[in-house]
Ligand binder design. Structure first.
Ligand code: M6R
Length: 616
């Protein structure tokens, strides 16, 4: 996940920038860089840009030999989204004349159009990033306006997307220009000068009184202080917030653990994963597709191969791929698939789903599938990971670095990405019209706001349900259709963070065995949202209730009937059944975390588990 830091003042900027970048390392990154304002031999200011792939420590070693005396600069840690991890793609990015440097968090959605226009006007690009357009836009605006803040305002007014932005210009020494829209920026003034960062952790040693910049606000940092303006350049006086977090809390953005922080990032993950994926004319735009539409049209069988949570995302995808595209789809644990002789032909598509992109079984399975002639498509969170490299095409889940061992936000990113793939296959197979695809895409995007609603509102109901489950020895998760897949992920989440045994079952299968487990007080957690099989699920729950189960239901807002059957109801907003996993999974993540905390477990680092499983 990218990090921004900037400083201007009375001390060596390089040390302050490096320390700020170090503080943000926990967020994950693949490259780091700084731009320092230094005086050239003629005394005129220039920008020195130093970037490296790899750790901040590598950048720090390189900077040890830096002889410039810069007291102003900007720095960045990059988690690749547009363009692979490389020195050329690392920030800061510079204008053609090298006199303007920018660091940016967020996504410039219209970067392709802007880049083409800028190239048409003679700008030469040195990277594959969306960010570089900002450097060139500021350069053009600066040539016209002759003032950095005005140039930054002009530049961002042309941008569609999200940005946290810090800019320096060799012709305005000592000034850092800052802008923000939908990407966090904090600013503070300390004894040594003025600081900006995307994460409060980078500046709490200098000051604990910070301004959290709001959307469409701008700041001009100079050694003496900060001037704030609105989008028209009018002065504003933003509120100052006192931060009393310790370092540990600051890393977690004020949340008590990474799991909760990452659960709360899910609305952003949905939005970022969808950004720029549909053209104005309703075609899906998957820039890393790697397969021609003809090749996709030839696909007559899909295998989704994955492990753990990623496998559960696959279960959801099966319903969508078969339902929309009408292509037979099987979902298999990679550890099984790799050792069996699956039927693979050149018209088979193997979809590998892996947060880390390096799970040993998943990798082995796709290598084998390629040898057998399958087309391979990766869904991963890590740019340049082995799964990405060894697939014909890839969709990145844009979850950013996930730190908690239990996957939450990357699962949601996987489900959204797989939904895009299913929509694409359906369009290519002429099973969905452009109009239908556009409508579904819009509704998919609406799920971001619905997750937010759940996060804002379901706390009390989740805690009540967790209290009812925490002392159980075992729990059953049930549902039908999409609900059955969601139940699988709910059970895994509970197991891994709370060590409470849980099992997921298709609700209709209960009476074929598992119902024997039910005794008074046994928790049955049901995904009972409105769906074509809602009534059947309700009947199954009545059977459990009749035998003394404590029923917890995730249900659709406005469903009062469910209260007669369930002891605890967690309501979520109404959503089309095909998208219900994106929202209904969220209360189950929260439930697992709550039960775990009540049982005294470490939710971020459950025992015996590793974040990425690179051995068989
Ligand atoms: O990196 P991957 O998605 O390939 O990892 C697969 C599983 O190891 C992973 O999903 C695991 O089940 C998580 N602990 C789930 O929370």
């Amino acid at each position: 996940m990218c990090g921004i830091v900037g400083f201007t003042g009375r001390d060596q900027a390089k040390d302050i920038l490096v320390e700020g970048l170090r503080r943000m390392e926990y967020r994950g990154y693949d490259s780091a860089g700084v731009a320092l304002e230094a005086a050239g031999a003629d005394g005129a200011a220039r920008l020195d840009v130093i970037r490296r792939v790899g750790k901040v420590s590598g950048l720090a070693s390189e900077l040890e030999g830096y002889a410039g005396q810069a007291t102003c600069g900007i720095g960045h840690t990059r988690w690749a989204t547009h363009g692979r991890p490389s020195t050329a793609n690392a920030h800061p990015h510079t204008s053609c004349d090298g006199r303007i440097a920018v660091v940016h968090n967020g996504i410039v959605e219209n970067f392709a159009e802007l880049r083409e226009e800028l190239q048409g006007r003679g700008h030469v690009f040195k990277s594959d990033t969306d960010t570089e357009v900002l450097a060139h836009l500021v350069e053009e605006a600066y040539a016209e306006r002759g003032e950095l803040m005005a140039a930054v305002r002009d530049a961002v007014s042309q941008v569609v997307g999200a940005y946290g932005l810090a800019v320096v210009c060799a012709d305005e020494p000592g000034v850092v220009a800052v802008a923000r829209k939908d990407s966090p920026i904090v600013i503070g003034v300390g004894e040594k000068g003025s600081y900006v960062a995307s994460d409060v952790i980078a500046l709490i040693d200098a000051t604990r009184d910070v301004v959290v910049l709001e959307d469409d606000q701008f700041a001009r940092l100079s050694p003496g202080g900060v001037e704030y303006t609105d989008a028209e350049g009018r002065p504003i006086e933003p509120a100052v917030t006192h931060v009393d977090w310790d370092l540990d809390m600051a890393e977690k953005g004020g949340y008590p653990d990474f799991m909760l922080k990452e659960i709360h990032e899910q609305p952003r993950v949905v939005r970022d994963t969808l950004v720029g994926r549909m053209t104005a004319t309703g075609e899906l735009d998957i820039d890393e597709l790697g397969l021609s539409l003809e090749e996709l049209n030839d696909i007559d069988r899909v295998y989704v191969i994955a492990c753990g949570t990623s496998y559960h995302a696959g279960l959801i995808a099966k319903n969508l791929i078969e339902g929309w595209a009408r292509i037979p789809c099987e979902v298999e644990a990679a550890s099984e698939f790799r050792y069996r002789d699956a039927i693979i032909t050149p018209s088979t598509l193997v979809v590998a789903v892996s947060q880390s992109g390096e799970t040993a079984d998943t990798l082995a399975a796709i290598r084998d599938a390629r040898i057998k002639g399958a087309k391979v498509f990766g869904i991963t969170n890590v740019v340049g990971s082995p799964v990405a490299r060894e697939s014909d095409g890839v969709i990145y889940t844009k979850a950013n670095k996930e730190i908690a061992v239990a996957s939450t936000k990357s699962f949601i990113g996987q489900v959204v990405s797989l939904t895009l793939l299913a929509l694409l296959l359906a369009q290519v197979k002429y099973r969905l019209t452009t109009k239908q695809a556009r409508m579904l895409f819009r509704e998919l995007g609406d799920s971001a706001a619905q997750i937010q609603e759940i996060l804002d509102g379901c706390g009390p109901a989740v805690r009540e349900a967790a209290a009812a489950c925490k002392d159980a020895r075992s729990a059953l998760f049930v549902g039908r259709g999409m609900g059955a897949a969601i139940a699988c992920e709910g059970a895994l989440k509970l197991k891994e963070v709370s060590y409470l045994h849980a099992e997921a079952y298709a609700a209709g299968e209960m009476k074929h065995g598992p119902i024997a487990l039910i005794e008074p007080g046994f928790p049955v957690i049901a995904v009972a949202t409105k769906s074509p099989t809602y009534d059947k699920t309700v009947s199954n729950l009545m059977e459990c209730r009749a035998r003394g189960a404590v029923v917890v239901a995730v249900a659709t807002e406005g469903d009062d009937e469910i209260k007669k059957i369930a002891d605890h109801v967690i309501y979520i907003p109404r959503i089309r059944d095909c998208f219900s996993p994106i929202t209904a999974s969220v209360p189950l993540q929260l439930l697992a975390r709550e039960v775990a905390l009540m049982r005294g477990c470490d939710v971020d680092q459950p025992r015996n588990l590793a974040k990425s499983v690179t051995v068989e």
